[in-house]
Design a protein around this ligand. Structure first.
Ligand code: F6R
Length: 607
């Protein structure tokens, strides 16, 4: 969602903030802005809707001398997308950027308006600015005014404030991602919503806890200080060395990051298994499998939730431990039954998804062990869980998740192997490595057939709607395939259990409706019957199923035969690669913004 970057130091702050914002572009946004103190000690503000490039054009070719700057990429929540609603927001000598939602904004807005404050924007963020200005006008110091303003807002937010009067940046957050960084050699201090923005710039990172005031100032002995709400120094933060690099943001020869990330999957699978079966990951994997709970609560959102459905199948099939898989946004408000002998498993690429974090907190509060399957090392989810398994997908730039899904599902399989204690045996690990390598090899082969998938996409891209169907272990990937198509091609698609269509949605089938049928070797005949039902109603059949199956081929308008041999439980991950490529090429024919689809954000930090 919104991206925040701030910098204070002797180097040109505006350029550094712009570089940080550029790195956050992948998260999705609709406007961008910066605010800085110029060489004449004037507070400047520039903001523009659209891409960062628009903001850069507005800034022009200036030779900035700024020593302090905050910047923002906005993903609109309160108020339409326009220049005025873009961040930063400024009043007198204060400018602010905000990530999150102020839930009581409209009440506060009425009160502040009644007491004479004139709002310029429709945003909830400006409410915090007006609170702050009001508190400062009462003669309070910056720190105290921040705390007292923060106390009045409800919901999860991170605020970063630049105060020209005192030449300081101050920040506070609750339930929203925030990281500070320092580079002592260059006497620089940074703040951001995402450590990736600071890669290669800050040498050390500090993740503040909730309700910790982060104070960035050049006039202190320490460039960065943390205070509690009483204004006392606090150690309520986690620090770590910054070891991220910026390298992988290059698309290389690929037209889109999404395509590049699809192509990365075979190599990532190899390196995942090497790390967990032979390398330094084995210890953490064995540890994650030590506790055998009576039940797993698997919780996640979107694509990660669908990976959770696959993980549920792995754990229930191989470990016979019951699992419930739930959407985090529902789980958190459902008052679920939670017991101490159970465990909870959270799946997330970003590790910053607001609903998933809330679900995790609920489990911790109820003394249920928490475990994550997560991509971003050091993310909030990673820090808050008792135990973590990193999926090692590398940075995922395409908003539509591809490689993270694959790695999440496979890491879940590794967890289930660990739960059954199979990984303690070297011979078994070698055999398992061979199975995962086979998957990587077969995915390589699928990718080499991309042109065939592209041809199918060309023929079907203009149809009005799509049903993705699958049974058993292929049902979760039917859901995932439909989601992928919806988000990047903007066409209506639904994932359905193949046997369920006749209980309602079959009414929608006609000659303009496509059925992408995911067929595996299991429940083969039954799935064929389901396809027949759609065919009989003139639906267009695209089958992705076992190769050399004449019956299937005859039944299908388009048939993409694949080789499932030896993959067993890993086959849904395999078939899903075709889903990814099909969605990609359909979107390409439709001419959408594949890497940054409209209305979407990479990391959903509001509920
Ligand atoms: C879809 C997609 C989303 C995410 C969801 C959870 O392609 O990426 O559905 O899976 O927003 O995000 P994470 O995994 O970061 O918790």
């Amino acid at each position: 969602m919104c991206g925040i970057v701030g910098h204070l130091g002797p180097k040109n702050s505006v350029n550094i903030v712009l570089e940080g914002l550029k790195r956050l572009e992948y998260r999705g946004y609709d406007s961008a802005g910066v605010s800085y103190i110029d060489e004449h000690n004037e507070l400047q503000i520039y903001k523009k809707t659209g891409k960062l490039e628009n903001l850069k054009n507005l800034l022009g070719d200036q030779d900035f001398k700024a020593r302090m700057c905050i910047g923002h990429t906005r993903w609109a929540t309160h108020g339409e997308v326009n220049d005025t609603n873009s961040h930063p927001h400024m009043k007198d000598h204060i400018s602010i950027v905000h990530n999150g939602i102020i839930e009581n904004a409209s009440t506060l807005r009425k009160q502040l308006t009644a007491s004479g404050y004139e709002f310029k924007s429709q945003t909830d963020s400006e409410v915090f600015l007006s609170l702050l200005v009001t508190e400062l006008a009462k003669g309070k110091g910056f720190k105290k005014a921040m705390v007292d303003s923060f106390a009045q807002v409800e919901g999860n937010s991170a605020f970063v404030v630049l105060n020209k009067d005192v030449n300081e940046i101050m920040s506070i957050k609750k339930g929203a991602p925030l990281v500070c960084g320092i580079n002592e050699v260059n006497s620089e201090v940074f703040i951001s919503s995402d450590p990736y923005a600071l890669a290669g710039m800050a040498s050390k990172l500090y993740f503040p806890g909730d309700e910790v005031l982060c104070h960035l100032s050049a006039s202190n002995k320490n460039l960065l200080n943390f205070y509690d709400l009483e204004g006392n120094p606090t150690e309520n933060y986690m620090s770590k060395n910054q070891d991220m690099s910026v390298g992988p943001t290059d698309k290389g020869d690929f037209e889109h990051f999404m395509l590049k990330e699809i192509h990365e999957q075979p190599e990532l699978i190899r390196s995942l298994t090497q790390f967990y079966f032979q390398g330094e990951g084995l210890k953490s994997l064995l540890k994650a499998g030590e506790f055998k709970p009576s039940k797993f609560h698997i919780t996640a959102c979107g694509t990660a939730y669908y990976a959770g459905l696959l993980i549920r199948d792995f754990i229930e099939t191989f470990n016979r431990i019951p699992c419930s898989t739930e959407l985090a946004s529902e789980f958190r408000y459902r008052n679920p039954l939670l017991n101490k002998d159970e465990a909870s498993l959270f799946i997330s690429q970003s590790g910053e998804t607001a609903d998933t974090l809330a679900a995790q907190e609920l489990c911790t509060t109820n003394n249920v062990k928490t475990l994550s399957v997560v991509n971003v090392d050091g993310s909030t989810l990673f820090r808050n869980c008792d135990d973590n398994l990193l999926i090692r997908a590398g940075i995922e730039i395409g908003v539509a998740s591809t490689k993270a899904f694959t790695q999440q599902a496979l890491t879940g399989r590794l967890l289930s192997l660990s739960l059954s204690d199979e990984l303690k045996d070297e011979t078994k690990r070698v055999a398992l490595t061979a199975k995962f390598s086979l998957l990587a090899e077969k995915i390589d082969h699928l990718i080499s057939r991309s042109e065939e998938i592209k041809t199918i996409a060309e023929s079907i891209h203009n149809h009005k709607g799509f049903f993705y169907t699958g049974r058993g272990k292929y049902f979760p990937v039917a859901l995932e395939g439909a989601l992928k198509l919806k988000e990047i091609a903007y066409v209506h698609a639904e994932g359905y259990a193949a046997g369920e269509l006749k209980h309602g949605p079959i009414a929608m089938i006609d000659e303009d409706m496509v059925n992408v049928a995911l067929v595996g070797p299991e429940l083969f005949e039954k799935t064929i019957s389901n396809i027949q039902e759609i065919k009989a109603r003139k639906g267009i059949i695209v089958t992705i199923g076992p190769k050399d199956e004449e019956e299937l081929e005859e039944l299908s308008d388009y048939y993409f035969g694949i080789d499932f041999d030896g993959l067993d439980e890993l086959s849904p991950v395999y078939i899903n690669i075709v889903n990814q490529l099909l969605a990609y090429y359909i979107a390409k024919y439709k001419g959408t913004d594949i890497d940054k689809p409209r209305n979407l954000a990479k990391s959903v930090t509001v509920e």
